[in-house]
Write a protein that binds this ligand. Sequence first.
Ligand code: FE
Length: 393
Amino acid sequence: MSRFTLPRDIYHGSGSLEELKNLKGKKAILVVGGGSMRRQGFLDKAVAYLEEAGMEVKLFEGVEPDPSVETVMRGAEAMREFEPDWIVSMGGGSPIDAAKAMWAFYEYPDTTFEDLCIPFNFPELRQKAKFAAIPTTSGTATEVTAFSVITNYQTGVKYPLADFNITPDVAIVDPDLVAQLPVKQVAYTGMDALTHAIEAYVSTLNGPFTDPLALQAIEMVLDYLPASYHENMEAREQMHYAQCLAGMAFSNALLGIVHSMAHKTGAAFSTGHIPHGCANAIYLPYVIKYNAKDPIAAKRYAEISRRMGLAGTSEKALINSLCKKIDEFNAILNIPKTLKDFGIDEEEFKSKISTIAELAVGDACTGSNPRAITPAEMEKLFTCTYYGTEVDF
Ligand code: FE
């Protein structure tokens, strides 16, 4: 038995933010991040639409990137005081992720992060409030997914929450909100979306409901990401939809070891943070070569390549074309080919990589990867991504 869950309503198109005025309720709390939505006037618009819906509105502002346990607890406390029947979150992944966790602690004050971390073990939500999500970047797709990541800065532990209870009720995918996205973010989040779609398509949990979404997302990213990066607004709109389609696929089919590797290296090196989408973009072609040693995965990568009209007739040639296409995109988007080119120090890499490899194997995304991997193989794979050497094991 498999389950396929999406938000009940996905509003999309320029100006669809206005749909907020048709929500039915008495009180809405609006959870947002830094000031960019306020500066661009979208925060005021959102508040005005919710008031037009007849709701009393409370703002919860300042959710930080990689939201903390403390922020979640403060938000849940604000919700318990205000008692909203709608939680509306607007932002890049972080405010939406934070609001999902606040929602659980609002409805179940006695629950703990440790309980919520057990996959698909949430208590029944929607006892007090429903949830609307409005993305302002084009990558994470948290507006349609069953996932949220919260960081405990005291212990350095990330809590990956996964449960269909936190799949939002309403998603509003309005391209006006990403028109001013910095091009670096367009590049990174766009490659994150491509990685979501490819990993979902080859995941052990792939299926007839997620495959078409994944393929369509891949096709749209290939068609539109370079132009979106070069500030073409029609392409940027299509990328906003493409990342959402990829999200629908991976929320139900899950991901693979590209994400395991990105999760465990994002904050691992003293030379600075590796942005999530950038890490994925670096690792993706190496992981395809590793996974393609599995015959079932090889068939599916070749199928992606064939469907996208890439060159080749043999499985091997098709897979090579797919990897070449990703290399080509990384070059267009100014994403480095290796961790070394990214600027990770060689000695630091060597001293940390065996621990990182072990952590990556233990990541929640490894379970649905099409080919099993040992810590020793993971270390070898990381070493290939550092020096740009061929994956031949
Ligand atoms: Fe991702």
